[in-house]
Design a protein around this ligand. Structure first.
Ligand SMILES: C[S@@+](CC[C@H](N)C(=O)[O-])C[C@H]1O[C@@H](n2cnc3c(N)ncnc32)[C@H](O)[C@@H]1O
Length: 215
């Protein structure tokens, strides 16, 4: 799976990455709220899975200056942009970026550590075919007492049906499928591994926020 999915992501983002941050600002909603709520402990480690252009990690680095930043993404094209942007932001020495599949990356091998105080996934689960596998894999990397946080497209339940159909049709062209079962999957995962789950909709269902605190 990983072999063809990385090529697919590279093909989508090879050119898109140059306009990605500017264009996504208007429709990947809820990312900054997630970052503001992260509140990692001083000196803590923050991992973004599906880190894309590094836009979120840079915002985390600015909001929480004493953190160590880690990012993994399946697309080398996106990582190339992320490395450049993080360098420009003066964060190269506190950030480690690596290519890997959200469902199977080896954190020890890539980052020299197995757990992180905060792990987050922003608008990536909707692009990962085995999103449940990615969710479980992400939770495994949360340190005890740490948090997993997620933001992604919601089910648009508070918005007109026509809007929902148009948005879902448009997203499908980019291999994006909003995961209606995400809140249930988070609760099941928290029950399974020991943790406190949460989830809520944002902007009348445009987006969904969820996550868990690991015991
Ligand atoms: C819509 S972008 C979101 C990027 C960033 N998180 C943000 O909020 O701007 C989705 C990202 O997930 C990455 N991605 C998709 N499938 C992945 C997988 N299986 N493992 C790791 N990253 C993946 C893509 O390459 C892309 O960079």
């Amino acid at each position: 799976m990983s072999g063809s999915h990385d090529r697919l992501m590279d093909s989508i983002y090879r050119r898109q990455r140059h306009i990605y941050d500017l264009s996504r600002k208007y429709y990947l909603l809820g990312r900054d709220g997630l970052i503001a709520d992260l509140a990692p402990p001083k000196g803590g480690a923050v991992l973004e899975i599906g880190c894309g252009t590094g836009r979120n990690l840079i915002a985390v680095g600015k909001a929480w200056p004493n953190t160590r930043l880690y990012g993994v993404d399946i697309s080398e094209a996106m990582l190339e942009t992320a490395r450049m942007s993080m360098g420009k932001a003066g964060m190269a020495d506190r950030a480690t970026l690596a290519q890997g599949d959200a469902c199977s990356f080896d954190a020890e091998a890539l980052f020299g550590r197995a757990t992180f105080e905060r792990v987050f996934i922003s608008y990536a689960l909707s692009m990962i075919p085995d999103w449940r596998g990615a969710l479980v894999h992400a939770a495994r990397h949360v340190a005890p007492g740490g948090r997993l946080e997620i933001v992604d497209f919601g089910q648009q339940e508070g918005l007109p049906g026509l809007w929902r159909r148009a948005l879902f049709g448009w997203l499908a062209r980019f291999h994006v499928s909003p995961r209606g079962e995400l809140p249930g999957a988070i609760s099941a995962l928290a029950a399974d591994m020991g943790g406190f789950p949460h989830s809520r909709t944002l902007y009348r269902g445009y987006a969904v926020r969820g996550g868990l605190i690991r015991i």
